[in-house]
Design a binder for this molecule. Sequence first.
Ligand SMILES: NC(=O)c1ccc[n+]([C@@H]2O[C@H](COP(=O)([O-])OP(=O)(O)OC[C@H]3O[C@@H](n4cnc5c(N)ncnc54)[C@H](O)[C@@H]3O)[C@@H](O)[C@H]2O)c1
Ligand SMILES: CC(=O)N[C@@H]1[C@@H](OP(=O)(O)OP(=O)(O)OC[C@H]2O[C@@H](n3ccc(=O)[nH]c3=O)[C@H](O)[C@@H]2O)O[C@H](CO)[C@@H](O)[C@@H]1O
Length: 428
Amino acid sequence: MSTVCVHGLGYIGLPTAAMLANYDHKVYGYDADPEVTEQLGNGEIHIDEPGLRAFVTQAINSGQLEITNEVVSAKYHIICVPTPFDEKEKEADLGYIEKAGEAIVPVLREGDTVILESTVPPGTTVEVLQPILESSDHSAGADFALVHCPETVLPGNIINELQQNNRIIGGVNGVSTQAAVRLYDSFVEGRIRTTSDATTAEFVKLIQNTFRDTNIALANEIARLSRDYGIDSREAIDLANEHPRVDILQPGPGVGGHCLPIDPWFLGQNSDELDLIANARKVNDGMIGYIVDILRDELGTLNGKKVAILGVAYKGNVGDTRMSPGLELARQLQGTTNEPVTIADGGEMDVDVSIHDPQVTDSTLNLESLEAVISDADAVVLMTDHDEFEDIEPSTLIHSMGDPIMVDTKGMLDVDEWNNSVVNLIRI
Ligand SMILES: NC(=O)c1ccc[n+]([C@@H]2O[C@H](COP(=O)([O-])OP(=O)(O)OC[C@H]3O[C@@H](n4cnc5c(N)ncnc54)[C@H](O)[C@@H]3O)[C@@H](O)[C@H]2O)c1
Ligand SMILES: CC(=O)N[C@@H]1[C@@H](OP(=O)(O)OP(=O)(O)OC[C@H]2O[C@@H](n3ccc(=O)[nH]c3=O)[C@H](O)[C@@H]2O)O[C@H](CO)[C@@H](O)[C@@H]1O
Protein backbone atom coordinates (compact mmCIF):
# COMPACT_ATOMS: atom_id res chain seq x y z
CA MET A 1 0.00 0.00 0.00
CA SER A 2 1.14 3.52 -0.80
CA THR A 3 0.74 7.06 0.39
CA VAL A 4 -1.23 9.27 -1.96
CA CYS A 5 -1.91 13.01 -1.94
CA VAL A 6 -4.99 13.92 -4.00
CA HIS A 7 -5.05 17.55 -5.17
CA GLY A 8 -8.62 18.85 -5.63
CA LEU A 9 -11.60 17.25 -3.88
CA GLY A 10 -14.38 17.82 -6.41
CA TYR A 11 -16.45 15.43 -8.51
CA ILE A 12 -13.30 13.52 -9.50
CA GLY A 13 -10.82 14.00 -6.67
CA LEU A 14 -13.15 13.17 -3.79
CA PRO A 15 -14.39 9.79 -5.10
CA THR A 16 -10.84 8.93 -6.19
CA ALA A 17 -9.40 9.76 -2.77
CA ALA A 18 -12.13 7.69 -1.07
CA MET A 19 -11.66 4.79 -3.47
CA LEU A 20 -7.90 4.63 -2.83
CA ALA A 21 -8.46 4.92 0.94
CA ASN A 22 -11.08 2.17 0.84
CA TYR A 23 -8.44 0.01 -0.88
CA ASP A 24 -6.14 0.59 2.10
CA HIS A 25 -3.87 3.27 0.73
CA LYS A 26 -3.05 6.12 3.10
CA VAL A 27 -4.64 9.08 1.38
CA TYR A 28 -4.30 12.82 2.07
CA GLY A 29 -7.11 14.76 0.44
CA TYR A 30 -6.03 18.34 -0.21
CA ASP A 31 -8.19 21.13 -1.62
CA ALA A 32 -7.12 24.74 -2.14
CA ASP A 33 -10.57 25.95 -1.11
CA PRO A 34 -10.67 26.06 2.72
CA GLU A 35 -14.47 25.89 2.65
CA VAL A 36 -14.25 22.47 0.98
CA THR A 37 -11.77 21.07 3.49
CA GLU A 38 -13.71 22.55 6.39
CA GLN A 39 -16.98 21.00 5.23
CA LEU A 40 -15.35 17.63 4.64
CA GLY A 41 -13.62 17.89 7.99
CA ASN A 42 -17.06 18.30 9.56
CA GLY A 43 -18.30 15.20 7.78
CA GLU A 44 -20.36 17.15 5.22
CA ILE A 45 -20.07 15.82 1.67
CA HIS A 46 -20.37 18.76 -0.72
CA ILE A 47 -20.54 16.75 -3.95
CA ASP A 48 -23.96 15.45 -4.98
CA GLU A 49 -23.39 11.95 -6.36
CA PRO A 50 -25.23 8.69 -5.61
CA GLY A 51 -23.51 6.62 -2.92
CA LEU A 52 -20.70 9.13 -2.39
CA ARG A 53 -21.66 10.18 1.13
CA ALA A 54 -21.39 6.66 2.55
CA PHE A 55 -18.29 5.91 0.49
CA VAL A 56 -16.40 8.99 1.71
CA THR A 57 -17.61 8.56 5.28
CA GLN A 58 -16.31 4.99 5.29
CA ALA A 59 -12.91 6.19 4.04
CA ILE A 60 -12.66 8.96 6.64
CA ASN A 61 -13.90 6.81 9.54
CA SER A 62 -11.38 4.10 8.74
CA GLY A 63 -8.59 6.65 9.19
CA GLN A 64 -7.25 5.93 5.69
CA LEU A 65 -8.52 9.23 4.25
CA GLU A 66 -7.32 12.39 5.92
CA ILE A 67 -8.56 15.77 4.75
CA THR A 68 -5.78 18.33 4.84
CA ASN A 69 -5.26 22.04 4.31
CA GLU A 70 -1.75 21.64 2.99
CA VAL A 71 0.05 19.61 0.40
CA VAL A 72 1.95 16.77 2.03
CA SER A 73 4.74 14.57 0.70
CA ALA A 74 3.49 11.27 -0.65
CA LYS A 75 4.62 8.49 -2.96
CA TYR A 76 1.88 9.47 -5.42
CA HIS A 77 0.39 12.89 -6.18
CA ILE A 78 -2.85 12.86 -8.18
CA ILE A 79 -3.97 16.19 -9.65
CA CYS A 80 -7.75 16.52 -10.08
CA VAL A 81 -8.12 20.31 -10.30
CA PRO A 82 -10.47 22.19 -12.65
CA THR A 83 -9.52 22.98 -16.23
CA PRO A 84 -12.19 25.42 -17.35
CA PHE A 85 -12.49 26.79 -20.85
CA ASP A 86 -11.56 30.46 -21.00
CA GLU A 87 -14.30 31.83 -23.29
CA LYS A 88 -12.44 35.10 -23.84
CA GLU A 89 -9.09 33.59 -24.79
CA LYS A 90 -10.77 30.58 -26.46
CA GLU A 91 -8.39 28.22 -24.72
CA ALA A 92 -8.04 26.04 -21.65
CA ASP A 93 -7.35 27.83 -18.40
CA LEU A 94 -4.41 25.83 -17.05
CA GLY A 95 -3.84 28.11 -14.05
CA TYR A 96 -5.14 25.54 -11.54
CA ILE A 97 -2.75 22.92 -12.88
CA GLU A 98 0.15 25.33 -12.69
CA LYS A 99 -0.74 26.11 -9.06
CA ALA A 100 -1.03 22.40 -8.22
CA GLY A 101 2.39 21.73 -9.82
CA GLU A 102 3.97 24.60 -7.91
CA ALA A 103 2.54 23.26 -4.65
CA ILE A 104 4.06 19.83 -5.29
CA VAL A 105 7.59 21.17 -5.99
CA PRO A 106 8.63 21.68 -2.31
CA VAL A 107 7.51 18.17 -1.28
CA LEU A 108 8.60 16.25 -4.40
CA ARG A 109 11.15 13.50 -3.66
CA GLU A 110 13.11 11.06 -5.78
CA GLY A 111 10.99 8.03 -6.56
CA ASP A 112 7.65 9.86 -6.30
CA THR A 113 5.00 9.74 -9.03
CA VAL A 114 2.91 12.70 -10.20
CA ILE A 115 -0.29 11.82 -12.06
CA LEU A 116 -2.38 14.38 -13.91
CA GLU A 117 -6.02 13.29 -14.14
CA SER A 118 -7.55 16.65 -15.13
CA THR A 119 -8.68 16.88 -18.75
CA VAL A 120 -6.21 19.00 -20.71
CA PRO A 121 -5.26 20.00 -24.27
CA PRO A 122 -2.72 17.62 -25.84
CA GLY A 123 0.83 18.41 -24.73
CA THR A 124 -0.05 19.91 -21.33
CA THR A 125 1.62 17.26 -19.13
CA VAL A 126 4.96 17.62 -20.89
CA GLU A 127 4.89 21.28 -21.86
CA VAL A 128 3.18 22.87 -18.84
CA LEU A 129 3.38 20.56 -15.83
CA GLN A 130 6.80 18.99 -16.41
CA PRO A 131 8.82 22.26 -16.42
CA ILE A 132 7.11 23.39 -13.21
CA LEU A 133 7.86 20.11 -11.43
CA GLU A 134 11.44 20.09 -12.75
CA SER A 135 12.07 23.44 -11.03
CA SER A 136 12.56 21.15 -8.01
CA ASP A 137 15.85 20.06 -9.68
CA HIS A 138 14.41 16.59 -10.11
CA SER A 139 14.09 15.26 -13.62
CA ALA A 140 10.83 13.78 -14.94
CA GLY A 141 11.17 10.15 -16.01
CA ALA A 142 14.55 9.83 -14.27
CA ASP A 143 14.07 11.09 -10.69
CA PHE A 144 10.29 11.09 -10.51
CA ALA A 145 7.55 9.54 -12.61
CA LEU A 146 5.19 11.82 -14.54
CA VAL A 147 1.99 10.49 -16.04
CA HIS A 148 -1.33 11.48 -17.57
CA CYS A 149 -4.18 9.18 -16.65
CA PRO A 150 -7.47 10.60 -17.93
CA GLU A 151 -10.67 10.10 -15.97
CA THR A 152 -13.75 8.84 -17.81
CA VAL A 153 -16.35 8.32 -15.06
CA LEU A 154 -19.96 9.19 -15.85
CA PRO A 155 -21.56 11.58 -13.35
CA GLY A 156 -24.41 9.70 -11.67
CA ASN A 157 -22.43 6.45 -11.76
CA ILE A 158 -18.99 7.64 -10.64
CA ILE A 159 -18.13 5.10 -7.94
CA ASN A 160 -19.00 2.12 -10.10
CA GLU A 161 -17.22 3.49 -13.18
CA LEU A 162 -14.08 4.41 -11.20
CA GLN A 163 -13.62 0.73 -10.63
CA GLN A 164 -15.08 -0.78 -13.77
CA ASN A 165 -13.92 1.53 -16.58
CA ASN A 166 -10.91 0.69 -18.66
CA ARG A 167 -8.05 3.13 -18.05
CA ILE A 168 -5.50 4.67 -20.38
CA ILE A 169 -2.16 5.47 -18.80
CA GLY A 170 0.52 7.46 -20.60
CA GLY A 171 3.77 8.31 -18.82
CA VAL A 172 6.63 10.45 -20.06
CA ASN A 173 8.59 7.19 -20.23
CA GLY A 174 8.03 3.48 -19.54
CA VAL A 175 9.18 3.66 -15.93
CA SER A 176 6.68 6.44 -15.26
CA THR A 177 3.85 4.52 -16.90
CA GLN A 178 4.56 1.40 -14.86
CA ALA A 179 4.64 3.35 -11.59
CA ALA A 180 1.10 4.58 -12.27
CA VAL A 181 -0.08 1.15 -13.43
CA ARG A 182 0.88 -0.26 -10.02
CA LEU A 183 -1.40 2.23 -8.25
CA TYR A 184 -4.44 1.91 -10.55
CA ASP A 185 -4.06 -1.86 -10.61
CA SER A 186 -4.89 -1.87 -6.89
CA PHE A 187 -8.53 -0.85 -7.49
CA VAL A 188 -9.37 -0.83 -11.22
CA GLU A 189 -11.25 -3.89 -12.41
CA GLY A 190 -11.42 -2.73 -16.02
CA ARG A 191 -8.57 -3.15 -18.48
CA ILE A 192 -5.51 -0.94 -18.06
CA ARG A 193 -4.04 0.08 -21.40
CA THR A 194 -0.77 1.93 -21.62
CA THR A 195 0.60 4.26 -24.24
CA SER A 196 4.10 5.39 -24.92
CA ASP A 197 3.55 9.04 -24.14
CA ALA A 198 1.40 11.37 -22.06
CA THR A 199 0.22 13.41 -25.06
CA THR A 200 -1.46 10.38 -26.62
CA ALA A 201 -3.34 9.73 -23.38
CA GLU A 202 -4.50 13.38 -23.31
CA PHE A 203 -5.59 13.15 -26.95
CA VAL A 204 -7.48 9.87 -26.41
CA LYS A 205 -9.60 11.36 -23.62
CA LEU A 206 -10.53 14.32 -25.81
CA ILE A 207 -11.48 12.26 -28.84
CA GLN A 208 -13.71 10.05 -26.67
CA ASN A 209 -15.78 13.06 -25.58
CA THR A 210 -15.62 14.59 -29.05
CA PHE A 211 -16.99 11.34 -30.49
CA ARG A 212 -20.01 11.62 -28.20
CA ASP A 213 -20.55 15.33 -28.76
CA THR A 214 -20.34 14.97 -32.54
CA ASN A 215 -22.72 12.02 -32.56
CA ILE A 216 -25.24 13.91 -30.43
CA ALA A 217 -25.01 16.73 -33.00
CA LEU A 218 -25.96 14.22 -35.69
CA ALA A 219 -29.00 13.19 -33.64
CA ASN A 220 -29.94 16.85 -33.13
CA GLU A 221 -29.68 17.59 -36.84
CA ILE A 222 -31.81 14.51 -37.57
CA ALA A 223 -34.41 15.86 -35.12
CA ARG A 224 -34.55 19.18 -36.95
CA LEU A 225 -34.84 17.42 -40.32
CA SER A 226 -37.58 15.16 -38.93
CA ARG A 227 -39.65 18.14 -37.84
CA ASP A 228 -39.53 19.59 -41.35
CA TYR A 229 -40.90 16.30 -42.69
CA GLY A 230 -43.54 15.96 -39.95
CA ILE A 231 -41.80 12.84 -38.63
CA ASP A 232 -41.18 11.78 -35.03
CA SER A 233 -37.37 11.83 -34.78
CA ARG A 234 -37.20 9.34 -31.92
CA GLU A 235 -39.30 6.77 -33.72
CA ALA A 236 -37.14 7.25 -36.83
CA ILE A 237 -33.91 6.88 -34.83
CA ASP A 238 -35.24 3.84 -33.03
CA LEU A 239 -36.08 2.19 -36.34
CA ALA A 240 -32.78 3.22 -37.94
CA ASN A 241 -30.91 1.64 -35.04
CA GLU A 242 -32.33 -1.75 -36.10
CA HIS A 243 -29.45 -1.81 -38.59
CA PRO A 244 -26.54 -3.80 -37.14
CA ARG A 245 -24.02 -1.04 -37.83
CA VAL A 246 -26.12 2.02 -36.95
CA ASP A 247 -26.36 3.40 -33.41
CA ILE A 248 -27.66 6.96 -33.47
CA LEU A 249 -27.79 8.80 -30.13
CA GLN A 250 -30.74 10.77 -28.78
CA PRO A 251 -31.55 14.36 -29.73
CA GLY A 252 -32.18 16.91 -27.02
CA PRO A 253 -31.84 20.55 -25.99
CA GLY A 254 -28.09 20.61 -26.64
CA VAL A 255 -25.12 19.27 -24.75
CA GLY A 256 -24.39 20.36 -21.19
CA GLY A 257 -21.92 19.51 -18.46
CA HIS A 258 -18.38 20.77 -18.26
CA CYS A 259 -16.83 18.03 -20.40
CA LEU A 260 -18.52 17.40 -23.75
CA PRO A 261 -19.11 21.06 -24.69
CA ILE A 262 -15.50 21.98 -23.86
CA ASP A 263 -13.27 19.07 -24.77
CA PRO A 264 -13.64 19.46 -28.57
CA TRP A 265 -12.18 22.97 -28.23
CA PHE A 266 -9.28 21.60 -26.15
CA LEU A 267 -8.66 19.12 -28.95
CA GLY A 268 -8.30 21.94 -31.47
CA GLN A 269 -6.27 24.23 -29.24
CA ASN A 270 -2.98 23.66 -31.06
CA SER A 271 -4.30 22.66 -34.45
CA ASP A 272 -6.24 24.31 -37.30
CA GLU A 273 -7.93 21.07 -38.29
CA LEU A 274 -11.25 21.33 -36.41
CA ASP A 275 -14.00 21.38 -39.03
CA LEU A 276 -16.76 18.77 -38.63
CA ILE A 277 -16.11 18.81 -34.89
CA ALA A 278 -16.47 22.60 -34.66
CA ASN A 279 -19.67 22.48 -36.71
CA ALA A 280 -21.05 19.76 -34.45
CA ARG A 281 -20.47 22.09 -31.51
CA LYS A 282 -22.43 24.80 -33.31
CA VAL A 283 -25.30 22.39 -34.01
CA ASN A 284 -25.49 21.41 -30.35
CA ASP A 285 -25.23 24.98 -29.09
CA GLY A 286 -27.86 26.00 -31.63
CA MET A 287 -30.53 23.77 -30.10
CA ILE A 288 -31.52 26.40 -27.53
CA GLY A 289 -32.22 28.95 -30.25
CA TYR A 290 -34.20 26.26 -32.07
CA ILE A 291 -36.37 25.71 -28.98
CA VAL A 292 -36.90 29.47 -28.58
CA ASP A 293 -38.04 29.60 -32.23
CA ILE A 294 -40.48 26.73 -31.65
CA LEU A 295 -41.93 28.54 -28.65
CA ARG A 296 -42.23 31.81 -30.58
CA ASP A 297 -43.97 30.01 -33.46
CA GLU A 298 -46.42 28.25 -31.15
CA LEU A 299 -47.18 31.27 -28.98
CA GLY A 300 -47.21 33.87 -31.75
CA THR A 301 -44.99 36.09 -29.65
CA LEU A 302 -42.90 35.60 -26.53
CA ASN A 303 -43.72 39.02 -25.15
CA GLY A 304 -45.82 38.85 -22.02
CA LYS A 305 -45.78 35.04 -21.95
CA LYS A 306 -44.94 32.79 -19.04
CA VAL A 307 -42.62 29.87 -19.83
CA ALA A 308 -41.99 27.13 -17.27
CA ILE A 309 -38.69 25.25 -17.52
CA LEU A 310 -38.58 21.76 -16.03
CA GLY A 311 -35.00 20.75 -15.34
CA VAL A 312 -31.90 22.91 -15.11
CA ALA A 313 -29.45 20.16 -14.18
CA TYR A 314 -27.28 19.53 -17.23
CA LYS A 315 -28.71 16.01 -17.56
CA GLY A 316 -31.12 13.63 -15.88
CA ASN A 317 -30.81 12.50 -12.26
CA VAL A 318 -27.87 14.72 -11.34
CA GLY A 319 -27.86 18.05 -9.48
CA ASP A 320 -24.99 19.60 -11.47
CA THR A 321 -25.95 22.73 -13.45
CA ARG A 322 -22.63 23.39 -15.15
CA MET A 323 -23.26 24.48 -18.76
CA SER A 324 -26.89 23.57 -18.34
CA PRO A 325 -29.15 23.76 -21.43
CA GLY A 326 -32.08 24.60 -19.11
CA LEU A 327 -30.30 27.65 -17.71
CA GLU A 328 -29.18 28.69 -21.18
CA LEU A 329 -32.81 28.53 -22.34
CA ALA A 330 -33.80 30.75 -19.41
CA ARG A 331 -31.06 33.23 -20.35
CA GLN A 332 -31.99 33.28 -24.02
CA LEU A 333 -35.70 33.70 -23.28
CA GLN A 334 -34.92 36.61 -21.03
CA GLY A 335 -32.42 37.93 -23.57
CA THR A 336 -35.12 38.02 -26.26
CA THR A 337 -36.32 41.26 -24.78
CA ASN A 338 -32.79 42.56 -24.14
CA GLU A 339 -33.43 42.71 -20.44
CA PRO A 340 -30.61 41.88 -18.02
CA VAL A 341 -30.04 38.17 -17.50
CA THR A 342 -31.09 37.71 -13.92
CA ILE A 343 -32.54 34.33 -13.21
CA ALA A 344 -32.29 34.82 -9.47
CA ASP A 345 -34.60 37.78 -9.06
CA GLY A 346 -36.78 37.42 -12.10
CA GLY A 347 -36.09 41.02 -13.03
CA GLU A 348 -38.24 43.19 -15.28
CA MET A 349 -38.79 41.22 -18.45
CA ASP A 350 -41.42 40.49 -20.97
CA VAL A 351 -40.95 36.72 -20.83
CA ASP A 352 -41.73 35.41 -17.39
CA VAL A 353 -39.39 32.42 -16.94
CA SER A 354 -39.91 30.13 -13.99
CA ILE A 355 -37.79 27.13 -13.13
CA HIS A 356 -38.46 23.84 -11.40
CA ASP A 357 -35.82 21.18 -10.74
CA PRO A 358 -36.29 18.56 -8.01
CA GLN A 359 -32.59 17.59 -8.05
CA VAL A 360 -30.92 21.00 -7.96
CA THR A 361 -30.34 22.73 -4.63
CA ASP A 362 -28.73 26.00 -5.81
CA SER A 363 -30.45 28.73 -3.80
CA THR A 364 -29.41 31.48 -6.25
CA LEU A 365 -31.71 30.10 -8.94
CA ASN A 366 -35.11 30.96 -7.47
CA LEU A 367 -36.39 27.43 -8.03
CA GLU A 368 -40.10 26.87 -7.55
CA SER A 369 -42.40 23.90 -7.12
CA LEU A 370 -43.87 22.14 -10.13
CA GLU A 371 -47.31 23.50 -9.28
CA ALA A 372 -46.01 27.08 -9.04
CA VAL A 373 -44.15 27.04 -12.35
CA ILE A 374 -46.96 25.58 -14.41
CA SER A 375 -49.63 27.74 -12.80
CA ASP A 376 -50.90 30.04 -15.59
CA ALA A 377 -47.91 29.19 -17.79
CA ASP A 378 -48.31 29.57 -21.54
CA ALA A 379 -45.83 26.79 -22.29
CA VAL A 380 -43.86 24.18 -20.36
CA VAL A 381 -40.47 23.02 -21.63
CA LEU A 382 -39.06 19.78 -20.30
CA MET A 383 -35.27 20.18 -20.51
CA THR A 384 -33.86 17.40 -18.32
CA ASP A 385 -34.79 13.72 -18.09
CA HIS A 386 -35.06 13.40 -14.32
CA ASP A 387 -37.02 10.29 -13.29
CA GLU A 388 -39.49 12.52 -11.40
CA PHE A 389 -40.73 14.03 -14.67
CA GLU A 390 -41.96 10.68 -15.97
CA ASP A 391 -44.88 10.95 -13.56
CA ILE A 392 -46.16 14.27 -14.90
CA GLU A 393 -49.58 13.78 -16.43
CA PRO A 394 -51.43 15.87 -19.00
CA SER A 395 -54.14 16.58 -16.44
CA THR A 396 -51.61 18.45 -14.27
CA LEU A 397 -51.08 20.96 -17.07
CA ILE A 398 -54.73 21.06 -18.09
CA HIS A 399 -55.77 22.13 -14.59
CA SER A 400 -53.20 24.95 -14.40
CA MET A 401 -52.88 26.34 -17.92
CA GLY A 402 -55.29 27.92 -20.37
CA ASP A 403 -54.19 26.39 -23.64
CA PRO A 404 -51.46 23.98 -22.56
CA ILE A 405 -48.31 23.49 -24.63
CA MET A 406 -45.64 21.00 -23.57
CA VAL A 407 -42.28 20.92 -25.38
CA ASP A 408 -40.59 17.62 -24.52
CA THR A 409 -36.95 18.03 -25.54
CA LYS A 410 -35.94 14.68 -24.03
CA GLY A 411 -38.58 12.35 -25.48
CA MET A 412 -39.65 11.34 -21.98
CA LEU A 413 -43.40 11.61 -22.07
CA ASP A 414 -45.77 8.93 -23.30
CA VAL A 415 -46.77 10.13 -26.76
CA ASP A 416 -50.10 8.24 -26.92
CA GLU A 417 -51.22 9.42 -23.50
CA TRP A 418 -50.34 13.06 -24.19
CA ASN A 419 -51.67 13.09 -27.75
CA ASN A 420 -54.97 11.76 -26.44
CA SER A 421 -55.27 14.82 -24.23
CA VAL A 422 -55.89 18.45 -25.16
CA VAL A 423 -52.28 19.33 -24.45
CA ASN A 424 -50.31 20.36 -27.52
CA LEU A 425 -47.26 18.05 -27.19
CA ILE A 426 -44.21 19.02 -29.23
CA ARG A 427 -41.34 16.56 -29.23
CA ILE A 428 -37.76 17.16 -30.33
N1 LIG B 1 -16.75 15.83 -13.32
C1 LIG B 1 -16.59 14.98 -14.31
O1 LIG B 1 -17.53 14.33 -14.72
C2 LIG B 1 -15.25 14.76 -14.94
C3 LIG B 1 -15.03 13.56 -15.63
C4 LIG B 1 -13.79 13.35 -16.20
C5 LIG B 1 -12.80 14.32 -16.10
N2 LIG B 1 -13.06 15.47 -15.43
C6 LIG B 1 -11.97 16.46 -15.32
O2 LIG B 1 -11.43 16.38 -14.00
C7 LIG B 1 -10.99 17.68 -13.57
C8 LIG B 1 -11.66 18.03 -12.26
O3 LIG B 1 -13.05 18.13 -12.50
P1 LIG B 1 -14.11 18.16 -11.31
O4 LIG B 1 -15.44 18.02 -11.95
O5 LIG B 1 -13.70 17.21 -10.23
O6 LIG B 1 -13.90 19.67 -10.78
P2 LIG B 1 -14.53 20.31 -9.45
O7 LIG B 1 -14.65 21.75 -9.74
O8 LIG B 1 -15.71 19.53 -8.99
O9 LIG B 1 -13.39 20.09 -8.32
C9 LIG B 1 -12.11 20.62 -8.42
C10 LIG B 1 -11.61 20.95 -7.01
O10 LIG B 1 -10.24 21.37 -7.12
C11 LIG B 1 -10.00 22.40 -6.16
N3 LIG B 1 -8.78 23.11 -6.53
C12 LIG B 1 -8.61 24.13 -7.40
N4 LIG B 1 -7.30 24.43 -7.48
C13 LIG B 1 -6.63 23.61 -6.67
C14 LIG B 1 -5.27 23.42 -6.36
N5 LIG B 1 -4.32 24.16 -6.93
N6 LIG B 1 -4.95 22.47 -5.48
C15 LIG B 1 -5.89 21.70 -4.89
N7 LIG B 1 -7.20 21.84 -5.14
C16 LIG B 1 -7.57 22.75 -6.04
C17 LIG B 1 -11.28 23.21 -6.19
O11 LIG B 1 -11.42 23.97 -5.01
C18 LIG B 1 -12.33 22.10 -6.34
O12 LIG B 1 -12.81 21.68 -5.08
C19 LIG B 1 -11.30 18.63 -14.73
O13 LIG B 1 -10.19 18.73 -15.57
C20 LIG B 1 -12.42 17.91 -15.45
O14 LIG B 1 -12.50 18.28 -16.81
C21 LIG B 1 -14.25 15.70 -14.83
C1 LIG C 1 -17.55 9.74 -23.84
C2 LIG C 1 -18.42 9.92 -22.63
O1 LIG C 1 -19.40 9.23 -22.51
N1 LIG C 1 -18.06 10.87 -21.71
C3 LIG C 1 -18.76 11.06 -20.46
C4 LIG C 1 -19.15 12.53 -20.30
O2 LIG C 1 -20.04 12.62 -19.20
P1 LIG C 1 -21.36 13.52 -19.30
O3 LIG C 1 -22.15 13.36 -18.08
O4 LIG C 1 -21.00 14.89 -19.70
O5 LIG C 1 -22.04 12.77 -20.57
P2 LIG C 1 -23.49 12.50 -21.10
O6 LIG C 1 -24.27 11.63 -20.19
O7 LIG C 1 -23.32 12.02 -22.47
O8 LIG C 1 -24.21 13.92 -21.09
C5 LIG C 1 -23.67 15.05 -21.73
C6 LIG C 1 -24.78 15.88 -22.37
O9 LIG C 1 -25.23 15.25 -23.57
C7 LIG C 1 -26.64 15.11 -23.56
N2 LIG C 1 -26.97 13.90 -24.35
C8 LIG C 1 -26.40 12.70 -24.02
C9 LIG C 1 -26.68 11.56 -24.75
C10 LIG C 1 -27.56 11.64 -25.85
O10 LIG C 1 -27.87 10.65 -26.54
N3 LIG C 1 -28.10 12.86 -26.16
C11 LIG C 1 -27.83 13.99 -25.44
O11 LIG C 1 -28.35 15.05 -25.77
C12 LIG C 1 -26.99 15.00 -22.07
O12 LIG C 1 -28.33 15.34 -21.84
C13 LIG C 1 -26.02 16.02 -21.48
O13 LIG C 1 -26.50 17.34 -21.61
O14 LIG C 1 -18.01 13.34 -20.04
C14 LIG C 1 -17.34 12.96 -18.81
C15 LIG C 1 -16.30 14.03 -18.51
O15 LIG C 1 -15.19 13.97 -19.34
C16 LIG C 1 -16.76 11.58 -19.00
O16 LIG C 1 -16.03 11.23 -17.83
C17 LIG C 1 -17.93 10.60 -19.25
O17 LIG C 1 -17.43 9.31 -19.50
